[in-house]
Ligand binder design. Structure first.
Ligand code: AGP
Length: 606
């Protein structure tokens, strides 16, 4: 997720673009840049303040485009920072989204003599638009012709040196907001940077583009039919706009999960082959075929994702897996047996204990694989290979969309490995099919979040919780408990349900409720017995169950339903109501769920 901004009007563009980029930094912050008509392009690594230092104070241009980046293709660097230009150097593009087929387009252009400066998919788009503009002599026609070749998502703004007050913007899969004021027009990825200038906002629809000059704007479909679109008054406070209309980043990020699942899987699901396309592993296949042991390392939620990843890899690829806490594993002597691969799961890619495990493994000659969200982070750079989550920046301290994208990335990894080691096409295709259906199933759960809020209100008086699950949802139980601890400060224990009789059941009474994760899978009957034993001791039970299971209503005190899915994918669905349960409980208790006390987003110290 990146932030784009554009302006054309009668005021100096530079300060407007830079302020707008500061407002968009929550969408991405590893590098930024601007193109000012009649002046030129400026780029900087790091936060927008670094860019401000590079722009002369007297830049006079009254039109321009800007971008703040969250790297998806190509490390964070000045070279990869937007805007990118075409082969001739006279056309400029800023882009939010992912061009799936950028590699084949780039190869075609190179074959035609194009040379590229960056590693990004966006630069390929700039070359394509520039080439079509040159062929047709019309920027709008050239833009649409170029976009016809593109697969993926984009929200873009385009300018050409020879049209100094004209901005073209187009949308497919990534939002574009247009701000309208007398003699001034603004474009941005969302309304946050616009509402300080104007509350008159219109949003492009999918497959629309707009031609904007200081005289006015026109909106067209990709078949060039004019669309009569008027701005609407957006009467929202700035901080609510930044959070996509939600009161907290945590809720905004939970609501983003369907898009994240789609983005994490974009271009990676191979239905015919029943496999996953993972660019970061393609040239490591000979090594991956020889791996006979996997160690997964992580901390906090990343460790719990590893507990799920263990079963995915063992079930799909038949390789034994151990899961280790980074803080423990880094201090232990490592007895390397056979061909071991160390998989490190980390959203930030900077967690000190996890990073230490990467370095220790490399000292032992063990190959390392990163499952990381932040492109160019230390773990991403120091591991031998990896799979990026593509979850976009996660600003809430609690891991929500990132945790779900870790589960999906581990599923893709297990699928990739499995298809190298005997998993059948049919088995693989069945999982790929279900992965394609997951975003809609998560949307179903999110559509019933008011029920979850009501349940949170019902359970507000309890100060201790037990979360239990088995097999694939053993990790889910621990993750659900962690969410409640970290955003609502409520004592909650995750436990394997099979362990109840070995101690925890002694705690059960009227004031000690249990959250039982019990989808209709191979473990359901055993979970059912656990719940009966708990109820027999007056324990209150909140069940996470599969839609259509009506018998559970007589068994549990309260039920939150999730859609049916394959057993291996139930953690992805089951974790959503648990994240929302923790979120609403924290809000109801009056806490800042985005910035919980004592916690930091990334534990870069030991
Ligand atoms: C999860 O909600 C927490 N924010 C925390 O446990 C986190 O998962 C852990 O610190 C690991 O962070 P990482 O994924 O960035 O390595």
């Amino acid at each position: 997720m990146c932030g784009i901004i554009a302006y054309t009007g009668f005021r100096r563009a530079a300060p407007i673009l830079l302020d707008g980029l500061r407002m968009l930094e929550y969408r991405g912050y590893d590098s930024s840049g601007v193109y000012i008509a009649g002046d030129g392009v400026y780029r900087a690594l790091g936060p927008v303040d670094n860019l401000v230092q590079k722009i002369p104070v007297d830049v006079q241009g009254t039109a321009g485009i800007g971008h703040t980046r969250w790297a998806t293709h190509g490390q964070p660097s000045e070279q990869n920072a937007h805007p990118h230009h075409d082969q001739q150097g006279g056309l400029w593009v800023v882009h939010n989204g992912i061009i799936e087929n950028y590699a084949e387009l780039r190869a075609e252009l190179v074959a035609e003599g194009h040379t590229f400066i960056s590693e990004t998919d966006t630069e390929v788009l700039a070359h394509l638009i520039g080439m079509r503009y040159e062929e047709t002599g019309d920027l709008a026609t050239g833009l649409v012709r170029a976009l016809e070749r593109v697969r993926g998502t984009y929200g873009i703004a385009v300018m050409a040196d020879d049209l100094p007050d004209t901005i073209l913007t187009a949308r497919m899969g990534s939002p574009i907001a247009i701000g309208v004021k007398d003699g001034e027009y603004f474009v941005a990825s969302d309304a946050a940077p616009l509402i300080r200038h104007t509350q008159q906002i219109l949003y492009l629809e999918e497959g629309e583009y707009a031609v904007i000059t200081s005289e006015g704007y026109d909106v067209f479909s990709f078949t060039h039919e004019r669309q009569h679109r008027s701005p609407e008054l957006l009467d929202l406070p700035l901080d609510v706009v930044e959070k996509g209309g939600h009161p907290h980043f945590m809720l905004k990020e939970i609501m983003e999960v369907p898009d994240v699942l789609e983005n994490s899987a974009r271009g990676r699901l191979l239905l015919k082959e029943g496999s996953a396309k993972l660019g970061g592993l393609e040239d490591q296949v000979p090594f991956l075929r020889t791996v006979d042991r996997v160690v997964i390392v992580g901390c906090g939620s990343a460790y719990y994702a590893g507990l799920v990843g263990k079963l995915l890899i063992e079930d799909l690829a038949g390789i034994p897996v151990t899961v280790e806490l980074g803080s423990e594993y880094r201090h232990r002597p490592h007895r390397v047996v056979g061909t071991t691969a160390l998989v490190v799961v980390s959203q930030s890619g900077e967690t000190a204990d996890s990073l230490a495990c990467v370095r220790e493994a490399k000292r032992m000659g063990v190959k390392t694989i990163g499952i990381v969200n932040v492109v160019g982070s230390s773990i991403a750079r120091e591991t031998d290979m990896g799979v990026y989550n593509h979850a976009g920046p996660e600003l809430g301290v609690a891991s929500t969309k990132a945790y779900v994208s870790q589960l999906e990335a581990l599923m893709l990894f297990a699928l990739f490995l499995g298809r190298l080691r005997g998993l059948s096409v049919a088995q693989g295709a069945g999982l790929v099919c279900e992965l394609m259906r997951l975003p809609e199933k998560v949307r179903d759960i999110l559509a019933h979040r008011d029920k979850i809020q009501h349940i949170a209100e019902e359970y507000l008086g309890y100060d201790d919780f037990l979360f239990i699950g088995r097999s694939y949802n053993f990790g889910t139980a621990y993750e659900g408990a962690l969410k409640l601890k970290e955003v609502a400060y409520v004592h909650a224990e995750g436990y394997g349900a099979g362990e109840m009789k070995h101690g925890p059941i002694a705690m059960i009474d009227e004031i000690f409720p249990t959250v039982a994760i019990m989808p209709s899978d191979s473990m359901y009957e055993k979970m059912r017995s656990n719940v009966e034993e708990i109820r027999a001791r007056k324990g209150r039970v909140l069940a996470i169950a599969t839609e259509g299971n009506t018998e559970i209503l007589a068994l549990a005190d309260d039920v939150l339903y999730i859609p049916d899915t394959k057993e291996a994918l139930t953690p992805i669905l089951a974790t959503i109501p648990l994240q929302l349960f923790a979120y609403y409980t924290g809000v109801l208790r009056g806490f800042n769920v985005d910035r919980p006390r004592n916690l930091a987003k990334s534990v870069t110290v030991e």
